[in-house]
Design a protein around this ligand. Structure first.
Ligand code: AMP
Ligand code: GLY
Length: 427
């Protein structure tokens, strides 16, 4: 066991502030660096002006600062192969990176790869076909075999915008053509996965794995649309609740047996090195779980409700992931409910202003404010993104937690503040 760990956490959102906040509570932590971080992470560690996709720069920082472990928040560095880069560099080889290898990251980086993985390992998911420009006609024919609505997914990473749901067949044909032929999502839509539509209610299950063993973390539900009642454009997420009331023991047993175990065993069978988070987006279809997608990182804002419920030391957990000894660790979870309400900039998810001064942070009581898109400017906290602050609260139930977050959502102010007032409305 290494005492006094120096840790480099990669990322700059609410997810990373929540992780940094929790890492700081560990007696095992010596120094915490966040690259690039935000005004919130700056209060719990040292921000480092580093581009996480510039691997040689990350290497030099790790070497120069005696870093013992690297934790990767967002998917981009994982999909670009940061884990493989560390393993290929003699000096970095023995420094654990929490996150999957490049091949493992394809579970998020390629929809076709993840569908093939699920089929290979008998994991329940929507039926699908995969098409390129050369097979456009076959794509049209496949669409005709499906019922409305039609689900079209760009194969590659498209900043969370690559999924289209079309009500009419003619619209689906036009969109398929636009994705494949007109490169609607750039090279991300050179291939398109067409799926059966699953009718149900969504939730996310998070798993931490060392490649052999796993821990199922608390379930969470996020609210993706910008408008009340889940209307309007998709966002990164406007709020979240944990646990999800309908994810009861019976449902979670199905998730574990049918999805989590075959996923972890499938990774091992396929020889994929995976030591990190698996985010499983699920649809509950009449009590039966189906996988909508895998992500290879934690969700945001789900992290802002999941991490505050984990009582186990996060450094111990990550060390066990690196050493493949997760089976030796007890995961303890706070039984209380957590919720988070995201304060955003008006205009988001379209165009919005940045650089507006945030007031009232010091007046927040009995909630934890995780910064999502902020920056520090000579001691002033300024907005620096569409999603600005996530206000997390605990409660004996969902109503209590939400009341607390909403009370504080009114205490913090900046020009153009907007938030949804109906988080949890469907539960
Ligand atoms: P994804 O990026 O794969 O998570 O898809 C974005 C959103 O589209 C999901 O959160 C779902 O709400 C919806 N979605 C994706 N696939 C399906 C499907 N097969 N059936 C119904 N809804 C879906
Ligand atoms: N909140 C959904 C995501 O992180 O992808």
């Amino acid at each position: 066991m290494t005492q006094g760990m120096n840790i480099l956490l990669i990322g700059s959102g609410g997810r990373e502030h929540a992780m940094a906040w929790k890492l700081c509570q560990s007696s095992r932590l010596s120094k915490l660096y966040i690259a690039p971080g935000n005004a919130g992470t700056k209060t719990v560690g040292t921000n480092v002006d580093l581009n996480p996709l510039d691997f040689p720069a990350v290497r030099d920082f790790v070497r120069g600062n005696g870093i013992h472990m690297v934790i990767v928040g967002p998917e981009a560095p994982l999909v670009a192969g940061i884990v493989d880069y560390f393993q290929s560099e003699p000096f970095l080889k023995y420094i654990p990176v929490i996150g999957p290898s490049k091949l493992g990251a394809m579970l998020e980086g390629s929809k076709e790869f993840s569908k093939e993985f699920m089929v290979r390992h008998n994991i329940p998911t929507a039926g699908y076909g995969s098409f390129t420009t050369d097979s456009l006609e076959e794509g049209f024919k496949f669409l005709e075999t499906l019922d409305s609505p039609y689900v079209l997914k760009a194969d590659g990473l498209a900043g969370g915008k690559g999924v289209l749901i079309c009500d009419e067949l003619v619209e689906a044909r036009i969109e398929l053509t636009s994705m494949l032929v007109e490169h609607k999502f750039g090279s991300a839509s050179d291939k398109v996965v067409i799926e059966e539509f699953l009718r149900g209610i969504e939730l996310s299950v998070f798993v931490l794995t060392d490649g052999k063993n796993y821990k199922i973390l608390p379930s969470a539900k996020d609210y993706k649309r910008i408008g009340e009642g889940d209307t309007g454009l998709n966002t990164g997420g406007m709020g979240a609740i944990s646990p999800v009331p309908f994810a009861d023991q019976e449902f979670m047993n199905k998730v574990e047996e049918r999805i989590v175990k075959p996923t972890i065993n499938g990774l091992a069978k396929d020889g994929i090195d995976y030591r990190g988070f698996v985010f499983i987006g699920l649809m509950n279809v009449g009590g039966e779980p189906f996988v909508i997608e895998y992500n290879v990182r934690m969700g945001d804002p789900e992290t802002e409700v999941v991490i505050p419920r984990i009582q186990t030391d996060l450094v111990d957990l990550f060390e066990a992931v690196a050493d493949q000894t997760l089976d030796k660790i007890q995961l303890t979870v706070d039984p209380r409910t957590t919720c988070t309400v995201m304060l955003v900039s008006d205009g988001y998810p379209g165009n919005y202003e940045k650089g507006r001064q945030i007031a009232g942070l010091e007046k927040v009581k009995d909630s934890v404010v995780f910064h999502a898109g902020t920056k520090d400017s000579n001691g002033n906290v300024l907005t620096d993104g569409g999603r600005v602050l996530a206000i997390t609260s605990y409660g004996e139930n969902m109503t209590e937690a939400l009341e607390q977050s909403y009370a504080n959502a009114h205490v913090v102010n900046y020009e153009g503040k907007y938030f949804r007032t109906d988080i949890g409305f469907d539960l």
